[in-house]
Each structure stands twice: as structure tokens, then as C-alpha cells.
Design a protein around this ligand. Structure first.
Ligand SMILES: [Zn+2]
Length: 430
């Protein structure tokens, strides 16, 4: 149904500042597109439209999580180890259970439902090596209404026997899933998913790179997360200059490739990432939880590297992108205090940009989503922002930047009222 909303509206600008409409009027057509957004009253101009007065609420664009692991959600918040032993002890035994279709389905339902409840309308997601589990994840994402980029994990070496694939089978199953789902409804996309260089042979990585390039699929993997992992990769690929060089030689880098973490990359490696326009998924919560390190976010932004934010559940303990924005700011402060005093922390507006329009831009979805502008899809989160204010919006601290900052630090699932994708309500809290 076509609708005009009246509400406080905050949307990111491409220069990482914010645009505020106070109050704003937003007309949405019955095909879920934003027809007009302005401070002028649109109630009379759009006569046949339903008018919804949300004057006490805030509307922001749907949030974008560019890195998470569906099967790991079950143990979010648990684990006291660094990356490699954490994978052995928590991740791999859990991922094994996804050979069971009922477990895969039940987990996928909970996962996508909880993403939406947290205001995440676009998600880039790893499943497991199991073809059925990845297929089920796509089915459940389709039903949930979320915009999702999903991949079956590929692993053919240095993994437990129960998660080690035959290389050819891994490649064939990847092709089948990608052909079935990529581009469906312009909302579901396939991402080729070699887990990381430790668990993939060069043959597998090269072949996956070719498949992705030929059909313009996304690629995702992990890069330079943890010192133990980096040392392992060095031993496995002694002829390579660096961890990043392993992926470049395998043909896996490019503008549709998302590399998670990239914490310890040296100068040459960041040059390669810049040159190939590879996307970095910055996952600050996970980076502290697994004691991996602090990524130099400000430095990377200044270099022009392409960056979005990811929760990395369950290296990260929360599906909330509000939490991830907060941790991105806090990690950048930590970097200034303990590593480089000359590096400025990022601002709440910059964190907001990374979790919305920035994520959309790196994924190439910026004409569809990421900000509230004429012609884009109405992917919206309606927030009860006064709940985050001890003075219920009646006090002195109500500049748009202050409302946004308080929302990032004190908001979350509990402050969300409704979530829309393409104008369709996908979440409603009482
Ligand atoms: Zn990850």
C-alpha cells in the first residue's frame, strides 16, 4: 500500500555526514520505492496514500552487515580462545551439525528473523560446507524477506575430516547453488566462499576465482585476522610474498570480493587491496573478542580502501549493527590511545555511514538501499529513539548528532519498533 510517513528522519550522505529531516515526510509507492522525501508536508500532495504519523519516532535506513556466519549464532557470546583453537573447539563441531537438514532449517529461521529484529535489512552470510544447508539458508532468507548474499563454505585441506571436501565436489556444488540463486528477485545473491587460505588448496581457490569472475558472483574470505593464522599461511605458501599475495595469485581479489578483518596487513598488502578495489569487512567486536587485534580503520579510510562493517557472529557476540557501530568507534579510540596518537577516532556519523550507505556502496547496492533518497527501495528501520534518552526526548541533548550517538551507544533491538524492506513490514514489535 502506498504511504506517506511523517517522522524525524536521519540518513547518511556519501561524504559520511548525516542529513536530517525534522520532521520529514516520506512518500512510498506501492512497489516499495521512495517517491519523495522532504521537510515539506506531503500529506496533501499524495492524496490517495495512507498517512502514518510517526512524529515520536526516528526513521533510519536498513542496516547492512557485510560479514557473519549463520551456523555460529548458536554459540554467540561463548568462547575464550584465539582464532585457530576457537575454530577447533566451537565452530567446527557446530558446523558439522548442519549436515542435518532440520538443524540447518531451524537455525536459518532464527538467524534471519533475529537479523531483521535488529534492523539489518542486508546481510552477507557464510553457511557451512553442506550444499543442502546453504540451499535451505537461501529458502529461509527468501521467506524472511531479507536482502541476502549467501555462500556455501569451501574447505578441502587442514580441516577436520568431517569438514574436508573433495575439491571437485566442492566446486560443482558451488556452481549449482550459484546458478540456482544468484540474482533471484534482485534480492538474493551468491557469494563464492573459500573459508580462508589455511583450509583451501591453491587449486580450489583458483577454480573458485574463475567461477566467480565468469559469472560476476561475489567472493568472500578471511584475511590477516590473527598472528597464529598468518604464520600458518606463511608455512603453507612459502613462495608467496604475503597472505594477501596468496589470494591475489589465486585470482580471488577484486571489487566484488569481501575480505574480513585485514588487521595486520602491511603496506604492500594494503596497496594490493587498494589496487584491486577489494572490500574490507571490518569486524571490531570480533577482533577484540578473539583477541585478534585492532584494525587501523582511520588509516585505511584515508588510503581510500573500501570498507563496510560486519558483526562476524559468532567471533562477534551480537547481531546488532548498533553494537558494531559502537565497537568501531571504541576500537578507533583504542587505536589512538595505544597505537598512534595522531590518528583520529571515527565519529558516530562515520560509523553510521559504514553501517548503511558505506555497506551498500561497497556491495554495489547503493542505487537500491543504504540511504533514504528518491528512487531507492524503502528499506527502513523505525526507532523509538526516546527510549535511549534518560529524559525521554524532553531534555537538552536533542541535536541530530546527539540523537544518533545515543542510539549507537544505548540502542539495539529493544529500541526498534518496525522494520521494512521494499516498503513491506517485516518486523513489528508491540
Ligand atoms: Zn568470519
Amino acid at each position: 500500500m502506498s504511504t506517506v510517513y511523517k517522522s524525524l528522519i536521519i540518513s547518511p550522505n556519501p561524504d559520511k555526514s548525516i542529513k536530517t529531516y525534522n520532521p520529514g515526510y516520506m512518500a512510498i509507492s506501492d512497489n516499495g520505492k521512495i517517491e519523495e522525501i522532504r521537510e515539506e508536508n506531503l500529506h496533501n500532495k499524495y492524496k490517495g496514500y495512507e498517512f502514518v504519523d510517526l512524529s515520536n519516532y526516528l526513521i533510519i535506513p536498513g542496516l547492512i552487515d557485510i560479514h557473519n556466519h549463520l551456523p555460529q549464532y548458536a554459540f554467540a557470546g561463548i568462547g575464550d580462545k584465539e582464532l585457530l583453537p576457537w575454530l577447533e573447539n566451537y565452530t567446527f563441531p557446530r558446523e558439522k551439525t548442519f549436515e542435518n537438514k532440520e538443524i540447518a532449517r531451524e537455525s536459518a529461521k532464527i538467524f534471519f528473523s533475529d537479523l531483521l529484529k535488529n534492523g539489518t535489512t542486508t546481510s552477507v552470510t557464510y553457511v557451512t560446507i553442506h550444499k543442502n544447508a546453504a540451499d535451505i539458508a537461501f529458502q529461509e532468507a527468501e521467506k524472511a524477506g531479507i536482502r541476502a548474499v549467501i555462500g556455501k563454505v569451501n574447505m578441502d585441506q587442514n580441516s577436520p575430516e568431517f569438514l574436508t571436501e573433495n575439491t571437485e565436489k566442492s566446486i560443482n556444488e558451488t556452481k549449482e547453488l550459484a546458478e540456482k540463486w544468484h540474482g533471484k528477485e534482485n534480492r538474493l545473491f551468491y557469494v563464492v566462499t573459500p573459508r580462508f587460505a589455511v583450509s583451501c588448496s591453491l587449486d580450489l581457490m583458483q577454480e573458485l576465482g574463475k567461477i566467480a569472475q565468469k559469472s560476476d558472483y561475489f567472493i568472500q574470505s578471511h584475511l590477516s585476522e590473527n598472528r597464529g593464522e598468518i604464520d600458518f599461511v606463511k608455512k603453507l605458501f612459502p613462495e608467496s610474498q604475503s597472505y594477501t599475495d596468496v589470494y591475489e595469485k589465486a585470482g580471488l581479489l577484486g571489487p566484488k570480493t569481501i575480505m574480513a578483518h585485514c588487521i595486520h596487513c602491511n603496506e604492500e598488502e594494503t596497496e594490493i587491496l587498494a589496487k584491486t578495489r577489494t572490500i574490507i569487512a571490518h569486524c571490531p567486536t570480533s577482533n577484540r573478542f578473539l583477541k585478534s587485534g585492532i584494525m587501523p580503520l582511520r588509516k585505511y579510510l584515508e588510503k581510500g580502501l573500501r570498507i563496510g562493517l560486519g558483526t562476524d557472529v559468532a567471533g562477534g557476540y551480537s547481531l546488532s549493527m548498533f553494537n558494531e557501530m559502537k565497537e568501531a568507534i571504541e576500537n578507533s579510540k583504542y587505536y589512538q590511545v595505544f597505537v598512534d596518537k595522531k590518528t583520529e577516532p571515527i565519529t558516530p556519523a562515520e560509523a553510521f555511514y559504514l553501517a548503511t550507505l558505506g555497506g551498500a556502496e561497497v556491495l554495489g547496492f547503493e542505487n537500491e538501499t543504504g540511504s533514504l533518497e528518491k528512487g531507492k527501495n524503502a528499506d527502513l528501520v523505525v526507532v523509538d529513539y526516546k527510549k535511549t534518552d534518560p529524559e525521554n526526548g524532553e531534555g537538552l541533548y536533542n541535536e541530530p548528532e546527539q540523537i544518533l550517538s545515543r542510539l549507537i551507544y544505548r540502542g539495539g533491538e529493544q529500541s526498534i519498533k518496525e522494520v521494512y524492506i521494499k516498503g513491506q513490514k517485516v518486523v513489528k514489535f508491540a
